[in-house]
Design a protein around this ligand. Structure first.
Ligand code: ADP
Ligand code: MG
Length: 475
């Protein structure tokens, strides 16, 4: 059983691209894509003599994340130059935080299966600027450079090496994505690179508490790739160790096509970055009122919300997981429940018809959804007709109230005997054999009769009254 001889140990370096309007040290607009090199001022390009000015919004967002993770916020911090040469780095250095990051400590909760079973501690959160992009597929013979991204604000979140499986690593990334979206500090969009991660992984004998020699896998941009890369790497390192060989400390890349990692550089060519404090930026000093204001404005975070849905509202874990995935959906649920509906009913509506019929929850307000639910609960419209016809109509026609829409669509159920009685009589007349069977004890046939009546009335008869009439006639 070689699998249990080694314990994988993983630490993540997660990069969050902030959704500030402008870059970290200049007023160039931040956006995804677009014509290359159109959002590049002299500052982004690092012309001599230009001076950086710190974006306050980026600091605010960094502190928000720190507060959400329970980190210590350093009220004094500064930026340093990390010097290296690379085509996508026009300045020749990156402004980052090495000795004095904005946040230290804190943790990210990990949901494994249905429960938040542990939290992974953070070493630090630092503010830094992004590089540009090299484009290798524009020309045959040479690479192109796009500096639109150069200077965009990033947060680097570094965890302690206390993640023990690819699943857990994926859960940390997923939780961070939810947190940054709840805080509205990043769109968390991994396909567009707004959230990416480097994974450090080593193996150690299962009974050891010392860390093994690690490999760093760079630039993983989806949860699936992160997990695939780690799974591959665990297998590769395990094989080496089982053969008595050593794992080389190196930086590797993941190839999604082959599902394998490959060596990019060894730690021998370790850079000396010659960090030194940026001379053109003063030390930043945060006032305690600034931090307190942010703290009091923190929203309920996804983990707390999930726990509330499961433990207080007794929602199924799978529904709670779907609901907290997007803050808009969870907000809609809370508002509809606040309007007086049962959490389970409201959740069923949102996880079911609302989610499948809507790609933008902003189009449906809580009070409009509430009035649809009320129509169903009052027996005026059947659930399935409301879900299939009324809800889509309401989303497309903001001018209609739910009951006006139901009138317009002609889907109001009736509880009137004048309508129900002839329908029930007709169905019973058409199925004399089944009526006989029912009277001989096959009571399950009531469902068949109800289905037939609902079909003929296009679900417009009130089911409770219909059932009463049906049972009376079958007596
Ligand atoms: P560096 O200065 O080389 O970037 P850090 O100490 O900042 O190294 O650690 C970077 C990341 O690597 C952190 O997430 C940390 O948890 C992780 N890490 C460090 N040592 C190991 C190890 N032996 N195995 C797995 N992960 C590790
Ligand atoms: Mg590091």
């Amino acid at each position: 059983m070689t699998a249990s001889r080694w314990q994988p140990v993983i630490g993540l370096e997660l990069h969050v691209q902030l959704n500030t309007r402008s870059k970290l040290f200049c007023s160039d607009e931040v956006a995804f894509g677009g014509e290359p090199n159109t959002r590049v001022s002299e500052i982004s390009l690092g012309y001599p003599g230009t001076l950086p000015v710190l974006n306050k919004e980026a600091v605010r967002k960094a502190v928000l994340l720190g507060l959400a993770c329970g980190s210590n916020i350093n009220t004094r911090f500064y930026f340093e130059r990390k010097n290296y040469t690379y085509p996508d780095l026009p300045k020749g250095y990156q402004l980052t935080q090495s000795r004095a990051p904005v946040c230290e400590g804190g943790s990210i909760p990990v949901r494994a299966g249905d429960n938040y079973s542990k939290a992974v501690h953070l070493i630090r959160i630092q503010i830094e600027e992004d590089a540009g992009k090299s484009l290798h597929d524009v020309h045959d013979k040479y690479s192109a450079l796009d500096f639109n991204r150069a200077g965009t604000a990033l947060l680097e979140v570094v965890t302690r090496p206390e993640i023990y499986s690819p699943e857990e690593a994926g859960a940390v990334l997923a939780e961070l994505r939810r947190i940054v979206r709840y805080l509205n500090i990043s769109d968390g969009n991994m396909e567009e690179g707004s959230l990416r991660c480097d994974a450090n992984i080593s193996l150690r004998p299962a009974n050891s508490s010392e860390l093994g020699r690690r490999v760093e896998i760079k630039n993983l941009n989806s949860i699936r790739f992160l997990q695939q890369a780690l799974t591959y790497e665990i297998g590769r390192q395990m094989e080496l160790l089982n053969r008595g060989e050593e794992v080389a400390q190196e930086t590797r890349l993941f190839n999604p096509a082959s599902g394998k990692t490959f060596a990019m550089r060894t730690k021998e060519d370790l850079n000396d970055y010659r960090y030194f404090p940026e001379p053109d930026l003063p030390e930043v000093v945060l006032e305690s009122s600034f931090i307190h204001e942010l703290k009091s404005a923190l929203p309920e975070l996804p983990a707390a919300r999930y726990q509330r849905y499961v433990s207080e509202w007794h929602l199924p874990a799978a529904d709670a997981a779907v609901l907290v995935e997007e803050k808009e959906m969870a907000d809609l649920l809370d508002e509809v429940v606040h309007l007086g509906h049962h959490p389970r009913t409201a959740a069923n509506w949102i996880v079911g018809p609302v989610r499948s019929g809507l790609n933008n929850t902003g189009l449906l307000t809580a009070d409009r959804l509430s009035s649809i639910i009320t129509l169903v609960e009052e027996g005026k419209v059947s659930f399935s007709v409301a879900a299939q016809q009324l809800l889509p109509f309401i989303i497309r026609h903001p001018g209609y109230t739910a009951s006006q829409a139901a009138q317009q669509l002609g889907i109001i159920q009736t509880a009137s005997e004048d309508v129900i009685l002839p329908l029930v009589q007709a169905v019973l007349r058409d199925y004399p054999d089944k009526v006989k069977a029912y009277k001989n004890g096959k009571k399950g046939l009531a469902g068949f009769f109800m289905g037939e009546i609902q079909k003929r009335s296009a679900q417009k008869t009130d089911p409770v009254r219909t059932r009463e009439v049906l049972e009376r006639l079958l007596r």
